[in-house]
Design a protein around this ligand. Structure first.
Ligand code: HEM
Length: 415
């Protein structure tokens, strides 16, 4: 790994006590720095039994073993969500969307998805992404300060994914609120109010999309602008199509999956870079580092920190027997800092290669939007740091009190 111009490797994490570590009741200080808990888990309890009976997997190799074996490790959520969500709209959504289905349904839905998610559709989006980023930066030209989240990172991903599904500009705040409500229902601990808001969001979102699909049916497009809704509606593989209900849930999922994650990638990226002016300078000196820079940002602060799987049969991991039905939490953000896979894992190095981080997952469910997210990152960071070379932090980043999604809510900088 190229260490030229690097900050000294950060001090090894002090051991924190993780004997009673509970993901549903994390200790104070976890949100500020989950990574020291992960380091202790990897070292002292790599297959950690959580008090709720699920297990936390923190080592890179155990995560990849699970991701690569969908037969043993199911993504289906029916067993887990039935008691939690009952017969609710949230249950319907989270058991129908592609990410929570198993083969053979998964293969069919993902195939139809990919038929719409073509290279040509992505290429068609690139000029649009460039002009959007230019426009946001133009708007900042005369400003002295900004909140990176509201004034920059939040704007692009939601525009892009709404463009892809043909959602008109004026409705984008609605989508943001629904998405937040639906994804918040996936947090390990859920209040009654969050449950109610999540259910209302699914119902309203479905009704909204039903109208959008009807409109698109009456006015189809040729997709040359990167819109894929028509292609999704028409998608067919081996004579199989999505049912309308499936189509609506995939659209909801895509609108959710496609914006919060990328927004957080951009916010974290700006933060991690500005904490290290030498890395910003390094990128300016060598713009060809932009791609590995985006990968390092993704590795260092995984926007999705946890994925889940359930054992379909009796099995074992690293010698620990796990009976059928065992739920596992795949700590992506821990795998990304495993020193067995990443030398100096806590050092942020925009030239790091190889960098096989797990931020997009792995295997059959690997993020369908990973190319799009990478394009967004390359264009957003490339243009931002070129345009505003004196950008610097003027206050601390505020991280939301959420476990699954690592969200920056405030990031004040001077331009
Ligand atoms: C930085 C941004 C993103 C991150 C970190 C991210 C992360 C992930 C992860 C970890 C998974 C795997 C879930 C699992 O295996 O259980 C996933 C799946 C998925 N993502 Fe992303 N994602 C991002 C952006 C996007 C975008 C922009 C889109 C679409 C517009 C998207 C669409 C999807 C879809 C459709 C799946 C489900 C694939 C399947 O189950 O086969 N993602 N994503």
């Amino acid at each position: 790994m190229g260490m030229a111009g690097q900050p000294a490797a950060e001090a090894a994490h002090e051991d924190v006590d993780i004997a009673d570590f509970d993901l549903t009741a994390v200790p104070d200080g976890y949100i500020a720095d989950p990574y020291r808990y992960f380091a202790a888990l990897r070292r002292n309890s790599p297959i950690h039994r959580n008090p709720d009976g699920s297990y936390l997997l923190s080592r890179y190799d155990d995560l990849t073993t699970v991701y690569r074996d969908p037969k043993t490790w199911s993504s289906g959520k029916k067993v887990e969500f039935k008691p939690k969500f009952g017969d609710s709209p949230l249950y319907e959504h989270h058991t129908t969307s592609v990410v929570f289905t198993d083969p053979p349904d998964h293969k069919r839905i993902r195939g139809l998805f990919q038929a719409a998610f073509t290279r040509a559709a992505l290429e068609a989006l690139k000029p649009r992404i460039e002009s959007l980023v230019d426009q946001y930066l133009d708007e900042l030209e005369d400003r002295r300060t900004m909140n990176v989240v509201d004034d920059f990172s939040f704007k692009l991903p939601i525009e892009v994914v709404c463009d892809m599904l043909g959602v008109p500009g004026e409705d984008r705040m609605l989508i943001r609120d629904w998405a937040l409500a639906i994804l918040t229902a996936l947090e390990p601990k859920l209040s009654q109010a969050q449950f109610d808001t999540g259910n209302r969001a699914v119902t309203d979102f479905k009704a909204y999309l039903r109208d959008l699909v009807a409109h698109r049916r009456a006015h189809p497009t040729d997709g040359s602008d990167g819109e894929i809704l028509t292609a999704l509606m028409n998608a067919e593989e081996d004579g199989e199509k999505l049912t309308e209900l499936e189509l609506l849930h995939q659209c909801i999922f895509m609108l959710n999956a496609g914006h919060e994650t990328s927004t957080n990638m951009i916010s974290h990226g700006v933060h991690e870079m500005l904490r290290r002016p030498d890395q910003v300078q390094r990128l300016r000196d060598d713009p060809s580092l932009i791609e590995s820079c985006v990968e390092e940002i993704l590795r260092y602060q995984a926007p999705i920190q946890i994925n889940n799987r359930r054992a379909t049969m009796d099995t074992e991991l690293s010698g620990v027997p796990l009976p059928a039905g065992t739920q596992v939490n795949l700590l992506i953000a821990s795998g990304n800092r495993d020193p067995e896979q990443f030398p100096y894992p806590d050092t942020f190095d925009i030239g790091r290669r190889p960098n096989r981080h797990l931020s997009f997952g792995l295997g059959i469910h690997v993020c369908a939007g990973n190319s799009l997210a990478r394009i967004e990152g390359v264009i957003a960071f490339g243009k931002l740091f070129r345009r505003f070379p004196t950008l610097h932090l003027i206050g601390p980043a505020v991280i939301a009190n959420r476990i699954r999604f690592r969200e920056v809510t405030d990031l004040p900088v001077a331009i």
